[in-house]
Write a protein that binds this ligand. Sequence first.
Ligand code: HPA
Ligand code: MG
Length: 218
Amino acid sequence: MATGRPCIVISDEEQGYDLDLFCIPKHYVNDLERVYIPHGLILDRTERLAREIMCDMGGHHIVALCVLKGGYKFFADLLDYIKALNRNSDRSIPMTVDFIRLKSYCNDQSTGEIKVIGGDDLSTLTGKNVLIVEDIIDTGKTMKTLLQLLKRYNPKMVKVASLLVKRTPRSVGYRPDFVGFEVPDKFVVGYALDYNEYFRDLNHICVISESGKEKYKA
Ligand code: HPA
Ligand code: MG
């Protein structure tokens, strides 16, 4: 996985931090195991990704495409940092935004088929520099399929920024252009990542506890 820029690699041995060291919503204290990536570190890493994105995509209008719902926090903070760069440097790039949701066909059995829901007509991406912003790349199947789909609309350039990439044997080998953190094969929540829609209202990225899984089971 040595292609592209380096990211923060969280090892399989990483234990994270005791919940009592941070502020956690009371309604979740029994549902989480550990704080894995504190909110402040997410923001600091995002600030740096904003610089790298501007460096690689600079010079042309960018369409920032948020993959909902999980990507919304990363998207909002990343764009804030890009806006700060734009207003504080001699060079600046105009940016427009769009929001999509992806539904996998067939019960998420990863048939490789997806449906894009919402957002503007994808033909608006023709000739544009597109930055897809995603919360996590797990197997990578969905992103690969999305990229294939977008190609049909002839964008000038497509780059992908994902806050997290999971190290998993189920990976199809897809690696995004910009990555915040590489994480072990554990289920993480918080900072808009969910477990059956819960935990999006949590600032830190945490590992869910067994009781949490049971409590919020679908
Ligand atoms: N957490 C939340 N959503 C996810 C994950 C995860 O670990 N992997 C794929 N989608
Ligand atoms: Mg996602």
